[in-house]
Structure formats: structure tokens, C-alpha cells
Ligand binder design. Structure first.
Ligand code: ARG
Length: 263
């Protein structure tokens, strides 16, 4: 019995150690105190929904923010499939025009329908895109979708913007305010080096080679914007803002026709 217990504790200790390794940033990772930049998204700054009115967040019926999204029509929001797969529309809300999650600014819309890409299985296998239909129209400007002709927006080095209310470090706590940052689009080969499951048709990566700026947990589903268009939806990454591991986004141009069919 004592031996069994000791074995159990050994296994537990090893698990705790492994989880610790997974969530702890390496000593080489830049911290906000190194850079003098406040730790927003990771490495960004506060921005307002009055400037970017199409950035929305997804919340539970009790108001808890769990993902981001982009308003692409008065009653349509593009988000990540992994944010809403298995959720009921009736338990989901879309919050528009609220920079501060602790305020009551803006509007809370109900969701009447959730479409998840039929080929979606897990974020890291692609097709990580979904469309929510809202119960009420939101009067706001919308962000156009990147189309299959927008290949230039996906060229390596294109300056793109990320937005969200997610965590400001891997495993950290979520941001109270909307944050935004700029990241360059990464080449397919760089992304493939980082992620063996990278699909250049389904995904696009963005981030600096040295890391430091990235989306993080809770930013999923939110926009990656370039050239005034929605080019990506935040999908996954190894940790957040790690050197050599850019953020991975669902490649919106690849899903242009299936998304448009839902609008
Ligand atoms: N999967 C995360 C979410 O659900 C997004 C992670 C993005 N990670 C990254 N390193 N860019 O919110």
C-alpha cells in the first residue's frame, strides 16, 4: 500500500514538473520589465473599440469573456471554431463597444446560430473558423474579409495588427482592457519550422523572430488585420510570444467562400 502511494506521488510530482515546464517562459524570454513596455496582449498597448468598432468579445450568459471575434456584418461575427464548437447559441453572447470588461459600456447581443466549419476537429489541424449569427443587429462599421486575391496581405513581413482581451503572458491572467499590437506576417517556411502540423492553406502565422509580441489565451477568435481586412482569426501557438514560435491564425482568405455563404 505504502509502495503504491509512493508511486502515485512520484507520478504526480513528475506531472507537476512537466506542467511547470510547459507554462513557464524560458529565462531568455523578454519580460515587460526588460522592455519597459506594459504587458498587454503580450507586448502591446491599450486601444479602444471606438477606433476598432469591429473588435468584439464572446462571453458566457453570465458575462465571462472567453474569446474574441470580428463583426463582419450587422448580425455576423467571425471567430475561431475552437471557441464555440460544442457551445449552444443560447449560452453565448457577443459584447460590442466595451473596452473595459468591468464596465457596462456598449451592447450585449444574443446569438441565434453558431456555424462551425464542418471540417473542424482541433485548432492545430486547421479549419479553425466559425460564424455566429446575432439575435439583434449591431450598428457599427464592419471589417471586410480578405479574399483569395489578397495574396499580398499574406506575404512575409506584412505588418498586421492583433487585438484582444486575453492574457498578457502564457498562463497569466486575462486583460481587463482591450489591447492591440503589431506583428509581421511570417513566411510559410518559418511557420512550418515551428509547427510540424502547419498548413499553409488553412493557417497563417504572425510574430517577430525574437518573440515578445503575440496573442495569448483568451485572444482566440479575435482579428488579425492587414490592409484594412480580416486576414486571420487567432487560433493557437506554443506558449505565447516565445522566440521561434509565432502565433497561428486561421487563414481567412482560404475560407472566404464558405464564410460568405453564411453571411
Ligand atoms: N488558443 C488560444 C485561445 O483559445 C489562443 C492562443 C494564441 N497563442 C499564441 N501563441 N498566439 O485563446
Amino acid at each position: 500500500m505504502a509502495k503504491t502511494l509512493r508511486r502515485l506521488f512520484t507520478v504526480l510530482a513528475a506531472t507537476v514538473a512537466a506542467v511547470g515546464l510547459m507554462t513557464t517562459a524560458p529565462a531568455s524570454a523578454e519580460t515587460s520589465s526588460d522592455t519597459g513596455v506594459s504587458p498587454f496582449i503580450v507586448g502591446g498597448s491599450r486601444v479602444s473599440t471606438s477606433t476598432y468598432p469591429w473588435v468584439v468579445y464572446l462571453a458566457t450568459s453570465t458575462g465571462g469573456q472567453f474569446c474574441g471575434g470580428t463583426l463582419v456584418k450587422a448580425n455576423k461575427v467571425v471567430t475561431a471554431a475552437h471557441c464555440v464548437s460544442g457551445r449552444s447559441a443560447s449560452s453565448t453572447r457577443v459584447v460590442h463597444g466595451r473596452d473595459d470588461k468591468q464596465s457596462t459600456a456598449g451592447t450585449v447581443a444574443t446569438v441565434s446560430r453558431i456555424w462551425v466549419h464542418p471540417s473542424y476537429r482541433t485548432a492545430s489541424s486547421g479549419y479553425d473558423v466559425a460564424v455566429l449569427t446575432l439575435g439583434t443587429n449591431i450598428n457599427s462599421t464592419y471589417l471586410p474579409l480578405a479574399t483569395p486575391s489578397d495574396t499580398a496581405l499574406y506575404a512575409a513581413g506584412t505588418s498586421a495588427r492583433i487585438y484582444g482581451w486575453g492574457t498578457t503572458s502564457s498562463g497569466g491572467s486575462a486583460s481587463r482592457y482591450l489591447l492591440g499590437a503589431t506583428v509581421p506576417v511570417t513566411s510559410d517556411s518559418t511557420c512550418r519550422t515551428a509547427y510540424s502540423n502547419y498548413s499553409p492553406t488553412s493557417m497563417v502565422c504572425a510574430g517577430y523572430p525574437q518573440g515578445g509580441t503575440d496573442t495569448c489565451q483568451g485572444d482566440s477568435g479575435g482579428p488579425l488585420v492587414a490592409g484594412g481586412k480580416l486576414i486571420g482569426a487567432t487560433s493557437f501557438g506554443r506558449g505565447c510570444a516565445l522566440a521561434g514560435y509565432p502565433g497561428v491564425y486561421a487563414r481567412i482568405a482560404s475560407y472566404y467562400s464558405v464564410i460568405t455563404a453564411q453571411l
